[in-house]
Design a protein around this ligand. Structure first.
Ligand code: MSP
Length: 541
């Protein structure tokens, strides 16, 4: 974590968030997917040399968590404490996330600031008391509008069910406090018309605009029949509706509502508004409609972008614990390692679209793209410098067209990857770096350094080939570091780059394509396989 001091500097941080996950149960790979995407994105921006803040955390209040605790025979606080310690914090390590903060909505910093926020909204005239009558889906923790529900099938035939959870919503009748959401529709439409990038991808933008154009109705901001939540200061019998507590984490975690003059207030001033809220497409409306309206109601700036990604599907349906289709991240990572996990999900599924995970597809990509592609290139390059040049990187002689092609591909790939990262087009960014690896592997096959090595007359030519392989790998290591930090840090060491160029994390992605950085004389060592052969005990799907 960064020290508070540097945050007093006025430079705005690039601020990225994941949703905060419900702790009714343990994480599955759908949750790890968003955390991984945010981690890849923020590590990339760090390697651009930007000031970055990456927040993730957990959503601990609400009916869903309360019922899980009741079923487990413990208090909600005991339930969330145990799950956070045993599952949600460890999964960050499992996926190798370098988040700067982790917020829990039961923390006092959050509770107090949520209370302060709603007092402000109430003082601004956007809260009133009324009765709510209608459907509520506990799975979504959402008041449903008539158009939100669909015809049930099977055991729920003849009933209207939630399209995400496939179950009927519960009928609620409560006296609540309402948020005047309807007051903000026109301003949101205007805002999104002027900022078409504020909701991405295009399909998500269109969905939000269609929802806004239908007209907004006011919505309950409190619950009277729920205990597990944050009490309203002006009516402690009621708690803040869980979404209107949870959304605020993005602001409370970075110091919203702190005393002026404190470090926390400085952090808020240099962090808010968020640059990207990463969310699953099922929670788009909350983030692109309710949340900005809340912020407007409290005179706060709106986030710059909400990006809605797709779902990981099982049998064509959203993977979920409640449907018993959840795969725990460690099931995959124990087998493939965290780098391969990160690589696979960012590369195989276009960010913004749904995708399916299969052991077969992951095994195939691991073997061809990582073990045989990048891993093999790294081991060939380091082994050959060891064998032919005693582990000392030689100076390159004159470059031929074959080397020029590598130099140009690396330069072009680093520019194109950087541009793709601006669009959160992770698969394209990765594809660019991969094209360098493929080209160099092809180059090695064509120039046959092992044949050159047989004749001393080719010594300079061999030097050039060895240098080209290692220098291309230097660029690849920099560009892949945000995605696969463990393997790339090992590659960096084996190229002797750490000694020659310093920390890998300090290398700028924008400079990665500049040829000739690894100096001749670098100590190259052959290491263990970057992506080892898979054990035979592949888990069954
Ligand atoms: N607690 C709320 C979010 C509050 S944010 C202010 C919530 N939690 S959740 O645990 O149900 O979901 C968290 C995120 O995980 C959502 O973005 C959701 O889309 C994502 N995913 C849950 N299952 C998923 C898949 N099967 N695939 C991809 N993402 C999925 O909603």
């Amino acid at each position: 974590m960064s020290g508070a001091g540097e945050w007093l500097a006025s430079e705005k941080a690039f601020y990225v968030t994941t949703p905060i996950y419900y702790v009714n149960d343990a994480p599955h790979i759908g949750h790890a997917y968003t955390t991984t995407a945010g981690d890849f994105l923020t590590r990339w921006h760090r390697q651009r040399g930007e000031k970055v803040w990456y927040l993730t955390g957990v959503d601990e209040h609400g009916t869903k968590v309360q019922r899980a605790a009741d079923a487990g025979g413990v208090t909600p606080q005991q339930w969330v404490d145990r799950l956070v310690e045993q599952s949600w914090l460890p999964v960050l390590e499992t996926v190798d996330a370098a988040n700067d903060d982790f917020i829990r909505t039961t923390q006092s910093r959050h509770v107090e600031r949520v209370q302060k926020f709603w007092e402000k909204v109430r003082d601004n005239g956007f809260v009133y008391s009324d009765a709510y009558e209608g459907p509520y889906c506990v799975g979504c923790e959402e008041f449903k509008f008539p158009g939100d529900l669909i015809e049930g099938t099977g055991e729920f035939e003849g009933q209207m069910v939630c399209p995400v959870h496939g179950k009927p919503a519960e009928e609620l009748r409560e006296d609540n406090w309402f948020f005047k959401l309807s007051a903000f529709g026109d301003r949101l439409i205007e805002h999104y018309e002027a900022h078409p990038n504020a909701v991405r991808p295009q399909s998500a933008y269109n969905e939000v605009m269609a929802f806004l154009r239908k007209g907004l109705v006011d919505i309950s901001m409190s619950r009277s029949s729920v205990d597990w939540g944050i009490p309203l200061t002006w009516d402690p019998e009621q708690v803040v509706y869980v979404w209107f507590d949870a959304l605020l984490n993005y602001a409370t975690a970075v110091g919203y509502g702190s005393e002026p003059g404190t470090d926390e207030a400085a952090r808020y001033a240099t962090t808010w508004p968020a640059d990207v809220h990463l969310v699953g497409k099922d929670i788009l409306r909350f983030h692109a409609v309710y949340w900005p309206a809340m912020l407007l109601a409290a005179d706060q700036p709106m986030p710059k972008q909400v990006f809605a990604h797709g779902w990981l599907l099982v049998g064509g349906e959203k993977m979920s614990k409640s449907k018993l289709t959840g795969i725990a991240p460690e099931q995959i990572i124990d087998h493939f390692g965290s780098d391969a996990f990160r690589y696979y999900f960012m590369r195989a599924i276009s960010f913004g679209q749904d995708g399916s995970f299969s052991w077969e597809d992951m095994t195939a990509r691991y073997t061809s793209e990582l073990a045989n592609g990048l891993g093999n290139l790294a081991s060939r390059a380091t082994a050959m410098v060891g064998k032919y040049r005693d582990g000392v990187l030689p100076e390159a002689g004159p470059l031929t067209a074959a080397e020029d092609a590598v130099v140009e591909r690396l330069a072009a790939a680093s520019v194109a990857a950087d541009r793709a990262m601006d669009e959160l087009d992770f698969a394209t960014a990765i594809g660019e770096v991969r094209s360098v690896v493929e080209l160099v592997n092809q180059y090695v096959t064509e120039v046959e350094p092992w044949v050159l090595a047989k004749d001393e007359a080719n010594a300079q030519r061999l030097d050039t080939v060895l240098y080209t392989m290692c220098e291309a790998l230097r660029g690849v290591a920099v560009l892949y570091n945000p995605l696969m930090p463990k393997a790339m840090s090992s590659l960096w060491q084996h190229l002797g780059a750490h000694e020659a160029l310093g920390e890998l994390g300090a290398q700028r992605v924008s400079e990665a394509g500049r040829w000739g950085q690894l100096p001749a004389g670098a100590h190259v060592t052959k290491g263990y396989a970057l992506f080892p052969r898979l054990p035979d005990d592949a888990p069954e799907s």
